[in-house]
Ligand binder design. Structure first.
Ligand SMILES: Cc1ncc(COP(=O)(O)O)c(C=O)c1O
Length: 347
């Protein structure tokens, strides 16, 4: 049995098609990048999808486009996100002007948190970007309201959808709520393929600039920025093989989560729901929260856990790390581990 658990159909599809790449001689910039882009357009309903070699490189490229073509220089990110999101904005040469506070019940900022941060901003809103990360598998529940508010203030919204590929809110696909969004298929993610990402946007100008950016704009030779952040054809095929079966991965994880939820509800254990108010998540994480107390004090019997979403906070919200824990949840999780977790939850 293999250690990396992805659907058998994905592995078979990859094996079936890998020789085509060697036989064609197209190791880069070939048909699998195109096929992957078309597949993501089909799933996301967005106008443009550009495969990139990581979520981070895609975010840096979009920020550089925002800076060069949309006159942006300041940015806010949320307090509870990966440290790398901070280095991403620094790499793109942005001024990080504030961290937006987050709520323990979602691990993300709500509308009021974003509104307060914007009201305290002293600069020119036409030079501002807000980058929000979907955390743990669900889309920020307030993102539609936030997106409208930011738009009415001429602020650009970049959705870091590293965690949320395949999740929907009111039937709308993750990554499509702002001016652009980027998925990650890095090894630890809910829908993973080792490395890589795809950037999506409904803004043709941003999409076209990004398409040229990833090839140093070497064909048109108009842009002052650009870098090779492309996916190899082998990696594009790998991601294609996995995303083609993303619904199977999510449905398997939803079933496992269903087991956990039943016991949590029975025992009044607080968890972050990924199936509420039209917000359907991919169960990247199954997160138990304890808003009042430290989670280890409240639930000392829960020992079978995986790493926390983050064990640090970038801004305020220093208590979020101690107020949540994550249960093991991945595609094809062994029944013995599930049973162990259930027993501990019962205690
Ligand atoms: C919230 C968040 N944003 C961005 C990234 C970066 O993704 P990648 O490793 O594909 O660059 C990660 C995780 O690794 C993440 O957790």
């Amino acid at each position: 049995m293999s250690l990396v658990k992805i659907p058998k159909k994905s592995v078979e599809y990859f094996k079936k098609h890998q020789d085509e790449i060697f036989e064609s001689g197209n190791l880069a910039e070939g048909p699998w990048n195109k096929k992957l882009s078309e597949k993501i357009l089909e799933f996301s309903g967005s106008k443009k999808a550009v495969p990139v070699n990581s979520n981070g490189s895609g975010l840096v490229a979009i920020l550089l486009i925002f800076k060069t073509y949309f006159n942006r220089k300041d940015i806010m990110i949320q307090s509870n996100t990966m440290y790398g999101v901070k280095t991403i904005v620094g790499t793109a040469g942005f001024n990080l002007v504030n961290y937006i506070d987050c709520q323990i019940d979602t691990l993300m900022p709500n509308f009021e948190n974003v509104k307060n941060a914007i009201e305290n901003y002293k600069g020119n809103k036409k030079q501002l970007v807000v980058m929000l990360s979907d955390i743990g598998g669900i889309i920020n529940p307030d993102i539609e309201k936030i997106s409208k508010f930011l738009k009415s203030n001429d602020i650009l919204l970049l959705e870091d959808a590293a965690h949320s590929f395949g999740s929907t809110l009111n039937g709308k696909f993750a990554g499509t709520f702002g001016d652009a969004g980027v998925y990650s298929y890095y090894s630890t993610k809910a829908i993973f393929a080792g490395e890589g990402g795809v950037a999506v946007t409904n803004n043709e100008e941003i999409g076209n600039l990004l398409q040229d950016f990833i090839a140093y704009d070497r064909f048109k030779q108009k842009m002052p920025i650009g870098c090779n952040i492309r996916l190899s054809e082998i990696q594009a095929l790998m991601i294609y093989s996995v995303v083609d079966n993303y619904k199977e991965i999510i449905s398997n994880k939803t079933e496992i989560a269903g087991n956990f939820m039943d016991v949590c509800k029975k025992n009044e254990i607080n968890f972050i729901s990924q199936n509420e108010n039209e917000n359907i998540g991919n169960y990247y994480k199954f997160t138990i929260i304890s808003p009042e107390d430290e989670v280890v004090k409240k639930y000392p019997k829960i020992k079978t856990t995986t790493s926390k979403v983050y064990d640090y906070a970038l801004g305020n919200n220093k208590d979020i790390p101690s107020k949540h824990l994550c249960l093991p949840i991945w595609y094809g999780l062994d029944r013995s581990i599930i049973n162990n977790v259930l027993k501990e939850l019962e205690r």
